[in-house]
Design a binder for this molecule. Structure first.
Ligand code: GLU
Length: 380
């Protein structure tokens, strides 16, 4: 972000706003006040030419409050059923609230698998581009009715961090039920004070933050900071603030001292594709390399060649992402393999010029090209 301070927010033209389950629901149903106030705020900003994507949680909670099903009895399929009930209500609320200003919304329900696949990822990106061209507000949520636990996004905070590069947003605003990040958990420590700005987000900040997301949502403060970390590696800011603050989004974009801004550090920015390899696509296998190859990759910035490979496992095709391990099994990088697992097993240890003979075809020389590889230290 230019200027790397709150003032830089004034220059943002396309922003992703994420709002959590807690603030969108009361025990009696959807919190229409919060939705209407947010949509009023965003509509006025849209009138001024700004564009918004909205990641909205709250489908499960809306279904729950509609039916009054006891939260403690919820297994996954009941949650999925509640999401199916609540999602319609949620989107209708946004449709009505934006409709008063003459704006239309589009519902986008995404699964982790959709983003895992590069072709589907790029298709989704094209759909967003078309929606923005049409002046629509995309309202995004996880497709909870088809997502089972193993393939879920960790939560909608992490989903938001993945959506930021897809829609080419210039900032992420996460709206929640606290005023931002505090020096201690404000629910138990009354002397806790709000942290206005975090410049060098470290794993310590994330570890110290609360994991507790309450009974309806999935992400606590730790996952909001984790999401902010992923966004900061794109060179972009995240603001975490209270959804109850009046005109919260316009106040934030006006550069006012509200919530906590997490500013990108000095690290080299990850491109959209490298961000996708690092945080979106999930590794389908592992390739272990010898000490020489490790040095070439980590210290000399080289590609992974077959000669340095000592082991490979998993179930990957050409184009899938794999973890690169050192000899002790520590992850040193993630990258896209040019070969299937079977091919890697055939060519491991071989010299580059021997590959066509072994595989019986002309191929890439590198198992993972440098451009498609991210070192673990670049992701921290
Ligand atoms: N997708 C879930 C819902 O709409 C919320 C997930 C989360 O809280 O992060 O209810």
């Amino acid at each position: 972000m230019k200027g790397s301070s709150r003032k830089g927010l004034k220059k943002c033209k396309r922003i992703l706003v994420k709002i959590g389950s807690h603030v969108l629901n009361t025990e009696k149903g959807l919190n229409y006040r919060v939705i209407e106030r947010l949509c009023d705020d965003l509509s006025i900003l849209k009138d001024q030419g700004l564009e918004f994507g909205l990641v909205s949680s709250g489908a499960i909670a809306a279904g729950w409050s509609t039916l009054g099903v006891a939260a403690k009895n919820m297994n996954l399929s009941k949650k999925q059923a509640l999401a199916a009930i609540g999602q319609g209500r949620l989107i209708r609320a946004y449709n009505d609230a934006f409709g008063r200003y003459g704006y239309n919304v589009a519902q986008i329900l995404i699964t982790r698998e959709d983003l895992d696949d590069r072709a589907r990822y790029l298709n989704i990106r094209n759909t967003f581009t078309a929606l923005f061209e049409l002046g629509i507000v995309p309202v995004i949520n996880e497709n909870d009715t088809v997502s089972v636990e193993e393939i879920q996004f960790t939560d909608n905070d992490m989903l938001s961090a993945m959506i930021v590069p897809i829609i080419e947003a210039q900032a992420l605003i996460i709206l929640t039920d606290t005023d931002g990040v505090f020096s201690a958990d404000p629910r138990v420590a009354h002397q806790a004070t709000r942290i206005s700005e975090i410049r060098n987000l470290t794993h310590k900040h994330i570890e110290q933050a609360s994991e507790d997301a309450g009974k309806m949502g999935r992400g606590g403060m730790a996952s909001k900071l984790q999401a902010a970390h992923h966004v900061s590696l794109l060179g972009l800011p995240t603001v975490i603030a209270s959804a109850y603050h009046s005109q919260v989004v316009s106040s934030i974009l006006d550069g006012r001292d509200i919530g906590t801004i997490v500013l990108p550090g000095q690290k080299k920015k990850l491109s959209q594709k490298r961000h996708w390899i690092s945080f979106v696509t999930r590794p389908k296998g592992k390739i272990a390399v010898d000490a020489g190859a490790m040095k070439m990759i980590v210290n000399a910035g080289k590609s992974l060649l077959p000669s340095g490979i000592v082991r490979a496992e998993g179930n990957f095709k050409a184009g899938d992402s794999v973890e690169v391990l050192d000899i002790k099994g520590n992850v040193i990088a993630i990258g896209l393999s040019n070969f299937t697992l079977q091919e890697v097993l055939q060519i491991k240890g071989a010299k580059t010029k021997e590959i066509p003979n072994i595989l019986g075809k002309e191929t890439n020389e590198e198992v993972i090209h440098r451009n498609n590889m991210i070192l673990r230290k670049e992701m921290l």
